[in-house]
Design a protein around this ligand. Sequence first.
Ligand code: B12
Ligand code: SF4
Ligand code: SF4
Length: 350
Amino acid sequence: MMDIKQIIREIAFELGFDAVGISSANSLEDSHSHFLEWREAGYAADMKYLLRENPINARPKQLLPEASSIITLLVNYYTPVTDDPGSDYGRVAAYAAGKDYHKILKKKIKLFQEMLEKNIQRKYLSKGFSDAVPLLEKSFARSSGLGFVGKHTLLINKTYGSYFFICELITDIELEPDSEQSGTCGRCTRCKNVCPTGALDNEYVLNAGLCISYLTIENKGIIPVELREKIGNWIFGCDLCQIICPYNNKIKQTNWKEFMPEEGAGHWLSLKKILSIRTDDEFHELFCHTPLTRSGRKGMIRNAAIVAGNRLSQEALPELEWLVKNENDPVIKEHVLWALSKYRNSVAVL
Ligand code: B12
Ligand code: SF4
Ligand code: SF4
């Protein structure tokens, strides 16, 4: 009879997962202490799910007490980015260009659970997630032999670089853990040097409150004035530390059609189009199948105003002028006023 690990691999590849690894479900105590230090330093900003008491992050048995092993699955989401269409557009991070991965991967993980049960012909316990619980997914993926953690704090796999999602299945099935993958950043510091906000100033530690990904997606309020210019053209998320990383030089495009840019919002968004969305319903209709829902209409308009101010978009200007007169939300209004001041200052300089 085929061994269970072999069955797991075959199911994973049949379902389109790009890599699979196995680790024990024991707590990762080193990572746990590191996580506590990280959030005590204030680096979790105001992300409430990371600030809970009695954190589960390194302790999978808090999610499934019978857990014995973790099956980690990687999903390559990389698609090449088309050239910058110019100052009327804002850039979407690559992971968010296609359909909403939460929904797609949840269904795939369920299928994986069902196929595994059918193939091993016995009931077993399992819970599957992807970016849905505050488990330290990178740390468990690392201990399952799927890569090493780079100085930008993302997991790097020698075949897929860092442009992949991590999914995991915590299970009571006892499985032999895979051995860890070697790999190192060596003396490279490119990601730290390219990061515009200094979020990676301490290598291997991300100060989330400074990260453009946090600022444009997780932060629901005011973006500090001193960081706005540094956001540049990023309207949702940021990939600068991944773009510069040599491990991402020769990676393959995803085979998952769901993550192709034409299936979702794409890599570039018209600032005018975003700034002219008048209601939450309208926003939902345009983006409900994509990860962009996370920031909501208010967050996206705020981000679009910043990018318009940074790029001095001519198409966006009438929309900003409309918003300053008609929009009631104080967060949107404050960012629109900031953007308009950038246009005025640029005229004064000329
Ligand atoms: C919160 C969060 C964020 C926050 C904070 C990111 C961060 N680096 O912590 C923000 C909003 C900024 C963010 C941004 C992004 N995110 Co995010 N995010 C998460 C989430 C939900 C939790 C991460 C977390 O717990 N962070 C807390 C810190 C302390 O933990 P950690 O970095 O995971 O673990 C580190 C330490 O514990 C350390 N460590 C462990 N043991 C030890 C021991 C010692 C001694 C030391 C020194 C260190 C150490 O190593 C780990 C890696 O650095 C995960 C999903 C999940 N549940 O894990 C996705 C996740 C990390 N994000 C992901 C992605 C894709 C992104 C973005 C690329 C999206 C984008 N393009 O905008 C950016 C990348 C920014 C960056 N450089 O990290 C992917 C990463 C895949 C990968 N290849 O690694 C994940 C895994 C989601 C998923 N399931 O696919 N994210
Ligand atoms: S995602 Fe952007 S802002 Fe965040 S650490 Fe990387 S380069 Fe810096
Ligand atoms: S850019 Fe260099 S330092 Fe940063 S993660 Fe990649 S290899 Fe490591």
